[in-house]
Design a binder for this molecule. Sequence first.
Ligand SMILES: C[S@@+](CC[C@H](N)C(=O)[O-])C[C@H]1O[C@@H](n2cnc3c(N)ncnc32)[C@H](O)[C@@H]1O
Length: 433
Amino acid sequence: MERECEKSVVAVVTEPRFTQRYRDYLEKQKLLDRLHRAEKLRDGTVALPVLAGTLSEQHLQELRNRVAPGSTCTLTQLLDPLPSKKALVCSPAQRLCLEVRRWVEGRGVTWSAELEADLPRSWQRHGDLMLLSEDCFQATQWKSLEPELWETVASALGVQRLARRGRVLPDGARTPSVTLLLGDHGWVEHMDNGIRYEFDITRCMFSFGNITEKLRVASLACAGEVLVDLYAGIGYFTIPFLVHAGAAFVHACEWNPHAVVALRKNLEINGVADRCQIHFGDNRKLKLSNTADRVNLGLIPSSEEGWPIACQVLRKDVGGILHIHQNVESFSGKNPQPPRSSNTEKEHWPHPQKIADKRGNGTTGNVRGEVVSSVSKPEWQRWAESAETQITSLLHQVHGRVWRTRILHVHPVKSYAPHVDHIVLDLECRPVL
Ligand SMILES: C[S@@+](CC[C@H](N)C(=O)[O-])C[C@H]1O[C@@H](n2cnc3c(N)ncnc32)[C@H](O)[C@@H]1O
């Protein structure tokens, strides 16, 4: 019943020769429904859609007597009204505003600037689920319109399910406080660089911004290597390492049970489950050592708590490479600069493809064929040098001998917040034999 009402609009009907005068009047009175097209009816009259609940008997009399004397003026209901040209060309935000407004007014609630300002300004599509930004639908008037309101919002955005983002909880698992508004589950699917990920958006974190790093990881040459991913999540890096970079085996550590369910599923659907062991629990208690050619430490704002275990799992005989993620504050200017030693052209970031593809043009390859960054900020370099010093000392403590370390690469992943960059340091660590 409810849905049938939503698929019809009220329209004023008159003869074709009076249509333009009617339209001018309705527009001036802000009664015209601009989302739907006027329709010619079988008897030759024209129906002009109007905003539901706005037209009074007085308006009808004015149309008949003053605006177009001699016209017949009746009301009708148009079932399955056609969208107007405006509705077809307006932006999703405009369409959302128009449709929510029409629906809200149809329920006798007065539209206000406060309600309009409270509509979502941004959203993320995850298949048939739209994730709304956290600062929308806060006004108390919305409460009385729930849960039907969510159907209108979902239909305006062209999806079946809706969720609203909260802040990522500072609980170590980086649990997103996402609330499902419409739909019966939060599982979504993503294809990234040929890899399929499935996860419950209300229980596991997903960052579109990390795609640059996923692509870079996928392009690394890791054939035959054993890797430890200390913060595996749903497999954002574990799976590209296995599928594209050719890693022989990955030990994937994760303590969020919901993420582990998704990780297991994603390893299966991408056909690499037999080359991965999941270590469920706190990675700082990991019973693994002298194993890894490479360790991924994908935790922000900092993975520092994982540095001792990263040193412990590195191979004693030849060492390996650490990929250390960190959020770094910088106030030195808008754009990163090429390092002083490099003669590269200036680049602005994020430019993931450029950075990844620039080998031989502003970037240098190291002995293992990895790409060295052409852009940096002084704060990134300072942080990288301090991390290198700490890791060198940790390696000495853990393995009881001297190690040589080298900064291969400081690479931007995304701008996390104003003046805060999420970066990755690639650090080569070799025992001095
Ligand atoms: C930022 S998410 C991982 C996301 C992925 N690396 C990325 O950047 O897209 C960090 C993951 O590490 C897990 N985690 C954090 N601390 C951990 C610990 N001490 N042991 C195991 N897992 C941990 C969290 O549950 C979360 O799934």
